[in-house]
Write a protein that binds this ligand. Structure first.
Ligand code: FES
Ligand code: FE2
Length: 364
């Protein structure tokens, strides 16, 4: 059984990775892809496979707006057609490589690996915080050696901070965070939401840093899973006694693109609404978020090794914290089953989060 949707937009990288005269090669959904920006500015994504002897085209070189294979020198243009076959006048009619729709939106590259006639750009999730004057983005990339669904499980699970993230976003008191209830809901048909409020807690290291404040804080966190593979963590923190409307707030986008069944490209962007022009803070946030995800990666990769050892069908004991991850998995499985059985089915992803402060019930 396939674990991912094929007819969907996936993040392929950051727009500025395609500046200059080179190319980037990556594998997505088991498909090797080579991407570059033409001198006209248009984006190109080619299957990274020479049709002659299957050498990855990325082993070759870029010659102006074409790619030259590094084995026998065949050249391919942005349409995928071969334009040159050294040593012969006739170009074999079958000498072409597949192309994929590739577009940029909000400083991200989005690729469509399914039926190209279904590649509607309106289906690209709205991540406008990454490119908006009211927000300052930070960003990064992790290569994670796990099934992307384990990362989704992890991101929708609001119960592991006190053990995995003590040096970053976690609370030292093990009973503290898990004792605050998580409410889970399905919104807009295809969006799972888990929300928790933590009033009057000690500020974990990362939040003390972004607030530049060491005292007691109020904190909320909302985890959203938008199938097929994007999650978002919205969090807000503010000193006890102050108004939630003035909270330091971040939208953390986890842009997971499966590379293979057991490896994931994890692009992330973190947009904040305060201290917008402080470059030093941007760097510190990058480090803090990166350290946080490194802590998760250690756990996830150990978990993947155990899945490999015991098999995917090994039963899990469920805890309360699993409600949102289980719902997210179920939703994805239903969508994949629909795509596999109904050739007309197209998933319309939702990623909706209000920029206004959520209605909070916690006391100040
Ligand atoms: S393998 Fe590419 S030209 Fe021969
Ligand atoms: Fe985590």
């Amino acid at each position: 059984m396939r674990t991912w949707l094929i007819n969907a937009w996936y993040v392929a990288g950051f727009s500025d990775e395609l500046e200059g005269s080179g190319f980037v090669s990556r594998k997505f959904l088991n498909l090797p892809v080579l991407m570059f920006r033409r001198s006209s500015g248009d984006l190109v994504a080619l299957e990274d496979k020479c049709p002659h002897r299957l050498l990855p085209l990325s082993f070759g070189r870029r010659v102006e707006d074409e790619i030259e294979c590094g084995y026998h020198g065949m050249r391919f243009g942005s349409s995928g057609k071969c334009t040159l076959a050294p040593g012969q006048d006739q170009i074999p009619s079958a000498a072409c490589v597949k192309t994929y729709p590739l577009v940029e939106r909000h400083k991200l590259l989005w690729i469509w690996l399914g039926d190209s006639d279904k590649a509607d750009e309106q289906l690209i999730p709205d991540i406008h915080w990454n490119d908006h004057p009211d927000w300052t983005p930070s960003r990064g990339y992790h290569y994670v050696k796990t099934d992307f669904r384990l990362s989704v499980d992890n991101l929708m699970d609001l119960g592991h901070e006190s053990w995995v993230h003590l040096k970053t976003i976690g609370q030292k008191d093990e009973e503290c965070i898990p004792s605050y209830p998580v409410s889970v809901s399905i919104e807009n048909g295809y969006q799972i939401r888990a929300h928790r409020e933590m009033p009057n807690i000690d500020a974990p290291p990362f939040f003390a840093m972004v607030l530049d404040y060491e005292g007691k804080i109020n904190r909320w966190q909302t985890a959203i899973s938008s199938a097929p593979s994007i999650c978002m963590t919205d969090f807000g923190v503010y000193p006890v006694g102050e108004s939630p409307g003035g909270a330091y707030r971040s939208h953390v986008c986890h842009l997971l693109t499966p590379e293979t069944e057991n490896t994931t490209h994890y692009f992330w962007s973190v947009a904040r609404n305060k201290r917008l022009n402080e470059d030093r803070l941007t760097r510190d946030i990058c480090k803090g978020i990166s350290d946080t995800f490194d802590e998760d990666a250690v756990v996830l990769e150990m978990q993947q090794r155990m899945v490999n050892l015991y098999g995917k069908d090994v039963p899990y004991v469920a805890m309360k914290v699993d409600e949102a991850p289980i719902r997210a998995r179920r939703m994805l499985a239903e969508l994949v089953a629909k795509e596999m059985t109904d050739p007309t089915f197209i998933h319309k992803p939702q990623l909706i989060i209000e920029d206004t402060t959520p209605l909070l019930s916690m006391s100040q």
